[in-house]
Every structure is written in C-alpha cells, then in structure tokens.
Design a protein around this ligand. Structure first.
Ligand code: FAD
Length: 501
C-alpha cells in the first residue's frame, strides 16, 4: 500500500475535530480528517437520508442486528426496537459491562444524532471543573465564538406558549413550578424558524416527524452544515470517510504514522493504509480517542504515555426517567424531538440537577413526561487494555451511578409529591424507574491538565493533541457540545500561534 502524508491529520469529525480542522484550514495548514462513519448527504430509495425513530432501518445503527433505543419498552412491551441489517448506520451504542455509551458515527459525529441542545455551562461550575482555564477568556471569547459558528438560536417564547409540539414541555414546566422549581429555555442548533413552519406544514417535517437519534432530514444545523462546511471551504481540508484509525506510532523523525482501515458500508475491508502526519489531533470522542491512546501505551507503540491516559471518565451524571401524568394533563401526540426547556435545580446544595424535558415522540398520546437528568456525580471510571481481545474497555460499576439516581430521585420525588403523580416503570425493560445504565454524554479519559497540558498537548509527545470530549473531566453540568467546541476553539488558537506558525 502507498503511504499518504498530510501536515496535519485530525481523527474524527465531531465537535472538537471540526473546530480544529476549520482553524487549521483557515491558517493554511493542509489538513486531512479521517472519519470511520459515512457522509450522510444522499437520499435512499425512500427519498430520505435518515430513517425516523418510528420506522428504523439499517441506516439507524452502527453494525447491529436490532436497534437499541434508550427507551427499551413501552407498557413493558418490546414495541420500540426493530430487527435491522448490520450496516454503517449513524448511531452506535457501545457496551462496557454495566455502562453503555451512545455516540454518533459519520461526518459530524454526535451532531448527527443529538438533541441539538446548545447549552453554555454555568460559569461557576466551569471554574470548578477546569480551574486552570481562564474563565473570563472562555466566556468573553470562546463560548460566543463556538455558539456563533454552531448556529445556536433561541426559541420564540410566544410561539412556545401556543404551539402544539411543545405541549409536553409546558405540562412538565407546570409540574415543576407546582413544586416550586425553576425552568429555563434551552438554546438549540435546530432551526426554530424551520420548526415553526413544520408545525403549519409549510415544509417537510423532521423534528416534528419523530426524527432525532437516527438523524434529522431537515432543520438541524449539524456540523456538516456549519463547521465542516466552513473547513472544506478553506480549500485546505479534506475528509476521508469509512476510514477508521486503528493504531498510532511515532517515527524516528518525530512524525506520526497511522494505521487506517478503509471499509465499505457493509463492513468489508477495502484497504489498510499507512498515513503520516506532522501534527496529529485526536478528535474521535471520549471513547474513541482514549481507546487509541490507551492501546498505544499498552502495546508499546507510544510507551511514554503516562498513567493519566485512560483516567477521569464520567457520564455527566446522566439519568433518564419518566413520570405518569394525570389523564387531564395530556402531553400531546405531536412532540418536537428537539428539547427546548430544562428544570434548573443546579443550585440544590445536596443534589445539583439540570433536567432536560425530553420528548417522547411516539406519534400518539402517552400521558408520559420524559426527562434526561444531568446530575453532579463525583464517581469516575477508567479505561484498561485487554490483551486477550486486543481491545480497550471502559470500567464503570453500576454502583457508581447511584449518586446520580439519588439526585434525580430527590428532585422528581418533589415534583411527584406536588402533583400527586408517580414514576413510569414500564420504559426500561424491567420495572426500574431510573435508567442510568447508559450515557449520551461520555466525557474524560484524557483530561486537560492531567493527560495533556492546559491546551490539549499530550504529555510526552510533541505535536500530538487531544481536541474532543475526552479533555473534560467527566462532567459539565449541562449538555456538553458547546463546552467541547469552545475548549477546542481556545486550544487550537493557542496551538496554531505557538506550535505551528
Ligand atoms: P464525537 O461527536 O463523538 O465525534 C467523534 C467522531 O470520531 C465520530 O464521528 C466517530 O465516528 C469518529 N471516530 C471515533 N473513533 C474513530 C477512529 N478510530 N477512526 C476514525 N474516526 C473515529 N450534547 C449536547 O450538547 N446537546 C444535546 O442535545 C445532546 N444530545 C445527545 C443525544 C444523543 C442521542 C447523543 C448520542 C449525544 C448527545 N449529546 C448532546 C452529546 C454530544 O453529541 C457529544 O458530547 C459530542 O458529540 C461529543 O463530541 P466529540 O467532539 O467529543 O466527539
């Protein structure tokens, strides 16, 4: 096989990777992005790029024989998941013992499958989790820069009060207010102007057609439409899809050499390539980037990597739960798949919680209110190499999630008491009411200031950088992509000025 070389290589095309590639391209640095998933820009024979959640097909998930949606059951019935053909679909769920992690696969990473909530963390909490980062600079420069480039927009509050598709959020707001709690609007990178037109059927429906976790055909400003389009527009950035980086080594001249496996969408290996880079940026996400470096250390390929590589992983305290509403409080059969409101109980002294009011877009009345609670949980997992299977696994015990359940229970017990309502126990395959065996928000593994310096330079390896969610120490207190993007903007500005130009 021939050997390719690019001055800069970025692994992955998610938030950290996309912001990094745009700035490298704008600075005139030839940059190659390697993405294991597909480019999602071509409609299938049914006219759609992505399948809806109600009728998933092979495009929905990454090499599975059955879909694995977060809600396993409804009325304990296995009506949600469907058999599918294994394929390079857009949503992956990786299983590690007691924890499974949802991630996006494709050009745009998590932006293809996520709920588009664009939340800037509370400054006091940001200062708590990353005390060595200059918060004034972050809040004056990099958070605004990230939000502007991501296409953040705010819902029209008057429309929110009257539209059908946020009735579910208004019902949950009333329940929270009855318990004396505070709710807040959540900004989005889904285009609210488009959503308004969906409600009145002026445009094809997407958020209002149960499209979220298997992709949105319209309305969403995913990274392929924002940062990555701008990066390609510099003329200096190229993206290779269905290219999975398997191994990283360093050459005697100090450049990096990647072993990359090219496949087709059915998973057949087409080629194994060697690709060289002077500057190498890891943007494969918390699980992807950490796994690459843990394996490189343990197999002797990058032996100088320290013991902090693979430490400090957290779930952002994720817990999902449902409440049963009274018959006179319907949540509506039309629900926007993009959340627009949260319950802000982060100031609770014992149990800080920021709970997203989530849709349950079943297309029928369910009398259920769903939530994704983000809690403050100090427990951390770690990654280890298993030589028997030559793979890296995440270690997280179910017991480590208890603190998150306690926090969610503290908040939602108050809401249930004030409204004389109960939890739903039919949603998570058995009778549990709190589901914390998965996370949407994997964070950490290569923590800033520990595995790397304060700008994401990997300790011991010049010109090797981390740009993604693995830098964040397990928690941001809100949905993480704005934080990931802003931190990547901050780091790459410094690195281009100091290391590259
Ligand atoms: P990612 O976005 O995960 O991107 C990593 C990319 O690298 C992927 O495309 C992957 O395929 C690729 N990759 C991995 N390994 C390799 C390899 N070895 N070789 C080549 N490519 C590789 N966050 C919010 O802020 N708001 C939300 O509303 C929200 N909702 C969510 C809903 C769901 C269903 C999910 C799954 C996540 C949600 N998140 C949300 C979380 C958010 O999407 C992630 O925090 C974010 O995408 C992480 O960004 P990243 O840059 O770390 O990496």
């Amino acid at each position: 096989e021939g050997r390719d070389y690019s001055e800069a290589v970025v692994i992955g095309t998610g938030y950290g990777a996309a912001a990094t590639a745009l700035r490298l391209g704008a600075a005139g640095v030839p940059t190659l992005m390697l993405e294991m998933g597909q480019l999602w820009d071509t409609a299938s024979s049914d006219g759609t790029i992505f399948p809806s959640m109600l009728n998933p097909d092979k495009r929905s998930m990454w090499f599975k024989t059955r879909t694995e949606a977060p809600l396993a059951t409804f009325l304990w019935l296995d009506v949600i998941n469907k058999d599918i053909t294994p394929y390079a679909g857009v949503l992956d769920r990786m299983h590690f013992g007691d924890m499974s992690v949802f991630v996006g696969r494709g050009v745009g990473g998590g932006s293809l499958v996520n709920g588009a909530m664009a939340v800037t963390p509370k400054r006091s909490y940001f200062e708590e989790i990353l005390p060595e980062v200059n918060a004034a600079e972050m809040y004056d420069v990099y958070f605004p820069r990230a939000n502007a480039n991501l296409g953040k927009n705010d819902i029209d509050p008057a429309w929110f009060e009257t539209c059908d598709c946020y009735q579910y959020a208004r019902v949950s707001r009333k329940a929270a207010q009855n318990a004396g709690l505070t709710t807040t609007f959540v900004p989005s990178v889904y285009d609210f102007t488009y959503m308004k037109q969906e409600e009145t059927n002026q445009v094809p429906r997407s958020a209002l057609a149960s499209e979220v976790i298997y992709g949105n055909n319209h309305g969403k400003r995913s990274l392929d439409k924002t940062y990555l389009a701008a990066a390609l527009g510099t003329g200096m950035v190229t993206i290779k899809t269905l290219h999975e980086v398997r191994e990283i080594t360093r050459q005697p001249d100090g450049t990096y050499l990647l072993t990359v496996r090219q496949t087709d969408a059915e998973g057949n290996v087409l080629a194994t390539k060697q690709i060289g880079a002077k500057y190498l940026f890891l943007g494969a996400g918390s699980i992807g980037s950490t796994s690459l470096l843990v394996r490189a250390r343990e197999t002797g390929k990058l032996p100088l990597l320290g013991s902090e590589v693979g430490q400090g992983w957290g779930t952002n305290g994720n817990v999902m739960l449902g409440r049963a509403n009274h018959i006179w409080d319907p949540t509506g059969s039309l629900q926007s798949g993009m959340p627009a409101m949260g319950i802000d109980a982060w100031n609770d002294p014992a149990y800080p919680v920021f709970a997203e009011i989530a849709p349950l877009p079943a297309g029928i009345e369910t009398w259920a209110s769903l939530y994704l609670a983000i809690t403050k949980n100090p427990e951390r997992g770690y990654f280890a190499y298993d030589s028997a299977t030559d793979s890296v696994t995440l270690h997280w015990d179910l017991a480590q999630g208890q603190r998150s359940i306690d926090a969610a229970k503290n908040l939602f017990d108050k809401i249930n008491a004030a409204n004389v309502t109960v939890y739903r126990s039919d949603l998570f395959s058995d009778t549990r009411t709190f589901e914390n065996r998965f996370t949407y928000h994997p964070l950490g593994g290569l923590v800033l200031g520990k595995a790397t310096d304060l700008y994401g330079r990997v300790n011991g390896y010049p010109n090797l950088y981390v740009t993604d969610g693995s830098l964040i120490p397990g928690s941001t207190g809100v949905n993480p992509f704005v934080t990931i993007t802003a931190l990547a903007e901050r780091n790459i500005e410094h690195i281009i000025a100091t290391d590259i130009r």
